[in-house]
Design a protein around this ligand. Structure first.
Ligand SMILES: O=C(O)CCC(=O)C(=O)O
Length: 284
């Protein structure tokens, strides 16, 4: 699937693009069922709110066939390769829950702000694809965007380890207000199966969900394969994913970053359309 010139211009101007009904209601419902099943599991990839309900499931493309297929779906990967001008790899994969009544806030942030500071991603040639698995409405904690904020580069941020169950580099109120004075603030909503593409520099957040309606969204965070960083993402003592464009780089990375930490490389695989390399492993 190719984006039109008008869509490319809109993405460049606003920092995001909304594609309604890209997947069918049935496809979204199937994946929603898979997400619910994953949230029930006691696995280290599932992070929970303080109340115990699931907040997010990391790397679901590595242990669930439906999410694996979604992660290399041409309807998603082709537009992203077009926007990023080349092949991409999966930097991060999350299935965010935003549970009824208990789904908590995501503070204002830029994803690249965290990927740069915590993951050492060297440049912001990266973006998100979010796939709605529920209808997303004003009521159930939609994403909030500041259009055009991606044009400001990486803005100053503080490391927030307190206010939610997920550490993030977040923006202060003054910065968010200044950016919103220029770009406004929008909440793109739509039915299950709709897709939002957005820049890794776009400033965004989401409010708590106090409605009785769930709001599950899958996030594929893709970056250009030319980026040769070798940072490993470690969550809860387990290596969730690392992505490198060549075997040589992977070998160097493993030697230099993990020589004391990796016990066993249990799985290395490629996704069919993105040239991504994903390693999963146990740490000491
Ligand atoms: O799912 C949400 O509401 C927000 C998620 C988000 O901002 C992120 O994962 O960076």
């Amino acid at each position: 699937m190719k984006l039109t010139q008008e869509q490319l211009e809109q993405f460049d101007r606003e920092g995001y693009l909304f594609l309604p009904n890209l997947f069918s209601t049935e496809e979204a419902a199937f994946l929603k069922g898979e997400a619910e099943a994953i949230y029930q599991q006691d696995r280290q990839e599932v992070w929970r709110e303080k109340s115990g309900v699931a907040r997010t499931a990391f790397a679901a493309h590595q242990y669930n066939e439906g999410f694996r297929r979604l992660g290399s779906h041409p309807r998603l990967i082709e537009p992203v390769e077009q926007l990023l001008d080349g092949q991409v790899y999966m930097h991060q994969y999350k299935v965010n829950a935003k549970a009824p009544f208990d789904g908590a806030v995501w503070q204002w942030h830029q994803d690249y702000g965290t990927w740069k500071r915590d993951d050492e991603m060297p440049e912001p040639r990266a973006m998100n694809i979010s796939v709605f698995l529920d209808d997303v409405t004003a009521a159930n904690g939609p994403l909030l965007f500041i259009p055009g904020s991606h044009k400001h580069g990486v803005v100053k941020a503080g490391h927030d380890l307190e206010t939610t169950s997920y550490p993030l580099w977040t923006l202060d109120r003054e910065t968010v207000t200044e950016l919103a004075d220029q770009g406004g603030c929008v909440a793109p909503t739509g039915v299950a199966g709709s897709v939002l593409l957005f820049s890794s520099l776009l400033v965004h957040a989401s409010p708590p969900n106090i409605s009785p309606l769930g709001r599950t969204i899958v996030y594929l965070s893709c970056a250009r394969s030319a980026i040769t960083f070798a940072r490993l993402i470690v969550k809860n003592g387990s290596l969730i994913a690392t992505s490198l464009p060549s075997k040589r780089l992977r070998t160097i990375a493993f030697k230099s970053y993990c020589h004391n930490r990796l016990k066993d490389i249990s799985c290395i695989s490629t996704t069919n359309s993105s040239n991504a390399l994903i390693a999963q492993s146990k740490l000491d």
